[in-house]
Unconditional design. Sequence first.
Lengths: 570, 246
Amino acid sequence: MRSFFALLRLEARDSLFSLAAAAAVSAALLGAIHAWFPMRAEPALVGVAILMTAWAAYFAADSFATDCSSGRMGTKACLPVAATTLWAAKIAFLAAAVAALAAWTVGAELALQAIVGSPGSREEFADKLPDMLVGLPLLAVVVAAAVLSSMLVDGALVATLLTALAVAAIGGAAIPIGRALELGGFTWHIDQKLACAAVLAALLVGCSAVVFVAGQRRMGSGIVRVKLALVLALAMVAIGGIAGGSVIYWRFSASLSDPRMRFLGATASGDGRWIALEAYRDLSGNDDPPMGVWAVDVESGEDRSIALIGQRMVDRYAFTSLTWNDAHPLRVIRCKLLDPRQQAEILTVHACGAQLRLESISEGRSWPTRVVGDWADISTRHSKGQRETTVRWKDRGLELRFCGAGIESAPGRGFLPGPVPGRILAVESGRVVLHDMQDGSTRTVFEGGVRSLHPSPDGSAVLVRADQASVALSSADGALLHEKWSGRQNVHWVDSSVPARVVEVSPVGVILSETVVLDLDTGREFEIERDHGHGLLHRLGNRGYVFVERGGDVVWVDLEGKLVKVLVDR
Amino acid sequence: MNEFAVQARGLRVRFGRKRVLEGLDLDVPSGSVTALVGPNGAGKSTLLRVLVGALVPDGGRANVLGLNPAREGPRVRARAGYVPDRFEVPRWMRGRDWLRFLARFYPSWSRDEEQRLLGLLQLDPAGKIDDLSKGARAKLALVAALAHRPQLLLLDEPFSGLDVSAREAIATAIFGHLGEEASTVLLVSHSISDVERLADRITVLECGRIVRAGDVESVARSAGGGIDLQSALRAPSSSIQPEKVA
């Protein structure tokens, strides 16, 4: 122990200037943060976290690299102590230095808060400080990577740069590893992630001990260093590669029957034989999961992947289904497998009886709409945060402008050129008015805190969302299609690729609830037990409806609500 | 006491593809002063580092003072004094700081011996090591190696680049040490004159192997050079160049 403490004292004396400089810089930077962001605790917290990480990384990177480059490691190797003692003294000093600098940084910040902070900011800083402890395992990974880097290169600066690369590589490998494990069925919690980080840090520190004890006598050998770096890099690449490969494999192997599948939108073919489903695998912590498109033959129950990553092309203004028939094939935007944000191609899907025919198209990429009448031509101009939308009656040359930064100028939500030429329903000052461009008249058709319009999939009706109620109006003349629904009821259009005005009505805020499906044209209604965690509820031509029931199965019911078939058994 | 302070059999060390020691066998009798000579890159410094356990060989085995330096390096270094060819310490350190630091590692460290050696070498320990001349640094390294009264002294080029007075002082210190302690000395040097003056045995290394070993006289004769060591060491394909001593 005498030797250990002698080495520890030497390390401390060696780093005295650096420690003093770090302490001074910390205090100065925190003072600057207070000057720039007075009376706020959060910038100071971020500053403390960054300073602690930076100092920990620097001192860790400096721990071995400087001694190796200066030749002092060779001198220390001649002392009558074991290599483990040399290593342990450096690591112990590093831990002590990081702890001391952390204490100093936090202390300096508390002092600054006491002197120049606003009332309450010191308490806020102190309250939030324990939350920073969550980041300790991540800090440990940075420090451990820096220690290992410090053994591979000469000089603290180069070691710091290598540390940055190593941490980036670890982060880069961690993402596909985490994703692969999640896809494989392992659900991550934050505690488990932090535990993994701590284990990784311990492994890296252990690795540094082995490398030092076994090889520090030869750290001067470039070949030994290159070999070590190559082994570590290859290990990282191999682990990341395997994990990345697993992610791609899982994407390829996605199946509709996977219980973790979430079903979103759908489009049914005109004859109701086929339904194209959008679905994604719901994984924890995966905020932006890639979505795929499958087509299901409702008669045979067989499904077929259209795009592993992609989505249907939907209505430009209402995001509801477009028509899918012989004249208008379904269009699917297929994305690149390795880069889900990049479009690879647009597919047209032709339904021919029991067969599907897919074609890739390079033109005709216009974004069509069903909800806006054919007679209207809509153009939008943005200027100084304002939007000016002009509706032009193609045959007459008449125009009507809607201006504003909110929904009042948004086609589909703020106004809707309906199926009757020249007639436009619009939200104005909390009312719904009907403009008739033919004679220039304006008539109020509904009032009472109107917030927005929601066109039916075929555009022949709108749901009007008001403060206390929802109503359905005809977009042809503004006529009331159904009595008001109260504010405690969620009312949505049931998506359909054929002309239909069907709504679903369910209690607000209940995921598993009984839902009423109501056909506004026929007055026919029935109840279904639908899982609202899935967006899927779609009219299947004249064959009925498809939705996800409480048990998770995708089912097909007829127009009376009676079960016809389980399409996807999960 | 063992017959040999140092023995090595089949020592092999490689740095990448370069073979530095290639099956080296060595016997250093206890109480002898053995000079290790040979051209640059012959493996002399590497051999000393192996013997103090600062470098683990790729093959072969060494026995130093009855210990295996590959496994018992700290114990070997505690009983041996080693003056490396390169001696780097932190810039802030003064001579006395270094000696005080070292004293904590050697139970047998003698302050009296330290003071005696400092006086003998006329070395002021108050100066920063970074500011010391090469000769003064060599003297300090020798004090550090001798103050704990080692049983084996391993000197790697202790006279390299030194002026005559420093050379004389260091040689005097080594002689003094030999006079007081039953010690063995293994000396690496390019200076033939110092080898002739200090050593009673010579081992010649070439390309990681010992090509000649024995007492000074027999090594000189083996090369057909009579007892002229300079001629004898020039005889093989050695690049050793005798230094001129003013």
